[in-house]
Write a protein that binds this ligand. Structure first.
Ligand code: FES
Length: 159
């Protein structure tokens, strides 16, 4: 058994036990594991498959279907740029291009140094002050190219 799983096994087992016998348990289990560990370790998949009597391929298929599930530890900073209508009409696509260019990442990318991950989001409830993004859980609205650069600079300087 990989070292990674030895560390996580007690939490994974207690979550599997908690959801035992409940219909439609897979998504709640995956959400709980991610909430507890920050991601879903690959080594947890055989345990989940065994507990739910499903194949590992089925479990992996569900994880890959939903973009919010992570299969690697989260980056230090999570930046979620809103791509919904109001933000789009006020420059979100240009900001997305700025992010891709500056970080050399795609819209769902994570930097190799584990510093930042990008995730699109579809409305942060800040439409009146669009365009908006959420950085590490905090919403920043009325974005401009300059403000976005300043936020990225702060992420880079934060050791
Ligand atoms: S559309 Fe971007 S915050 Fe609502």
């Amino acid at each position: 058994m990989p070292d990674e799983m030895l560390l996580h096994l007690p939490l994974v087992n207690s979550l599997l036990e908690r959801h035992k016998g409940s219909a439609g348990a897979l998504l709640p289990i995956l959400h709980d594991i991610q909430a507890g560990l920050g991601y879903i370790p690959d080594a947890a998949i055989p345990e989940i498959a065994r507990a739910l009597n499903q194949s590992q391929a089925e479990i992996r298929g569900v994880i890959s279907f939903y973009h919010d599930f992570r299969t690697a530890p989260p980056a230090r900073h999570i930046l979620r740029l809103c791509r919904a209508e109001s933000c789009k009409s006020r420059g979100a696509e240009q900001l997305a291009a700025q992010l891709r260019e500056r970080l050399q990442l795609d819209d769902h990318g994570s930097s190799a140094d584990g510093r930042i991950s990008l995730r699109p989001v579809y409305c942060l409830g800040a439409c009146a002050c669009s365009p908006a993004l959420e950085l590490d859980g905090q919403v920043h609205a009325r974005l401009s190219a300059e403000r976005l650069d300043a936020l990225l600079d702060a992420c880079r300087e934060d050791a």
